[in-house]
Design a protein around this ligand. Structure first.
Ligand code: ATP
Length: 260
């Protein structure tokens, strides 16, 4: 168990689409203030569904269990209020508005704020200088990496205490992947906790303090990231490292949660 005092606590969550297609089956995880937590898992495991459940984006879900943020139960809250409470979300595919300029996208990111956003605009454009140079460019005409930076910058304008990111490195060239991960480190060093969904397990575990592995809607492994990175099953399934001795049956770990 992630022992640090959590700001996000997900307990036994079950989520179904249309009330019948059950995707999450009793998921419990925690993110502490200041932590980076990686959520790994193969395609279709339910990672995006978990982030969307936390954010309140799936109507009437979770069906069971609870989602608590800073001690408040947020099941059933709408996404706007979840964001106001301090959870930022950078969805897979980025979710920016391609027909709007960089500036307009950023302004939309802060639409629920009534105070002066200029200091935060300054902060995010310092984090991503490329955005400052492209303020009037249509977002849809920017490169994939620039769009990802815009999506992250937009989420940061709400000053989240927790930033949830879904596959931020997807489709990016290796140099940009390194840049995005350096930024994730920087955002975390500035005091924001991060829940990171990533196919790039190696990078995710290198930046995370703690990690969880989700398979078919169930968490099958969890631990400090260096332990996960050393786990034979994780190495074989997510890090592309072939074992000299075949890894012991994965099912064993599912039921016993033991380390290799
Ligand atoms: P990936 O790494 O491929 O993005 P994931 O772990 O994020 O996968 P999800 O996108 O959460 O997985 O999908 C989990 C399961 O839920 C899949 O079987 C998917 O087909 C199903 N699913 C996702 N969105 C919906 C939806 N809107 N309606 C019905 N089923 C859905």
């Amino acid at each position: 168990m992630n022992e640090a005092v959590p700001i996000l606590r997900v307990t036994n969550v079950e989520t179904a689409y249309y009330g019948r297609l059950t995707v999450l089956r009793g998921v419990s995880l925690r993110v502490a203030a200041g932590q980076v937590v990686a959520l790994l898992g193969s395609n279709g495991a339910g990672k995006t569904t978990l982030l969307r459940t936390i954010m309140g984006l799936i109507p009437d879900q979770p069906e069971k269990g609870s989602v608590e943020f800073t001690g408040r139960r947020i099941n059933g809250w709408d996404p706007e209020n979840v964001a106001r409470l301090g959870i930022g979300y950078v969805p897979e595919g980025r979710g920016i508005f391609p027909e709007l300029t960089v500036d307009e996208n950023l302004a939309l990111g802060a639409y629920t704020r009534s105070d002066d956003i200029r200091p935060d605009l300054e902060r995010v454009t310092t984090l991503f200088p490329v955005l400052r140079a492209r303020r009037r460019q249509l977002a849809g005409t920017m490169s994939g990496g620039e769009q990802q930076m815009l999506a992250i910058a937009r989420a940061l304008l709400m000053r989240p205490r927790l930033l949830m990111m879904d596959e931020p490195s997807l489709g990016l060239a290796p140099r940009l992947v390194s840049e995005i991960f350096a930024t994730i480190r920087q955002i975390n060093a500035d005091g924001t906790a991060i829940l990171l969904v990533e196919q790039n397990a190696r990078m995710a575990l290198s930046v995370a303090h703690f990690g969880y592995v989700l398979e078919s809607g169930r968490l099958v492994l969890e631990g400090p990231s260096e332990e996960l990175a050393g786990n034979a099953n994780v190495q074989e399934l997510y890090l592309g490292i072939t074992q000299e001795q075949p890894a012991k049956g994965y099912r064993r770990y599912k039921t016993r949660r033991r380390w290799a």
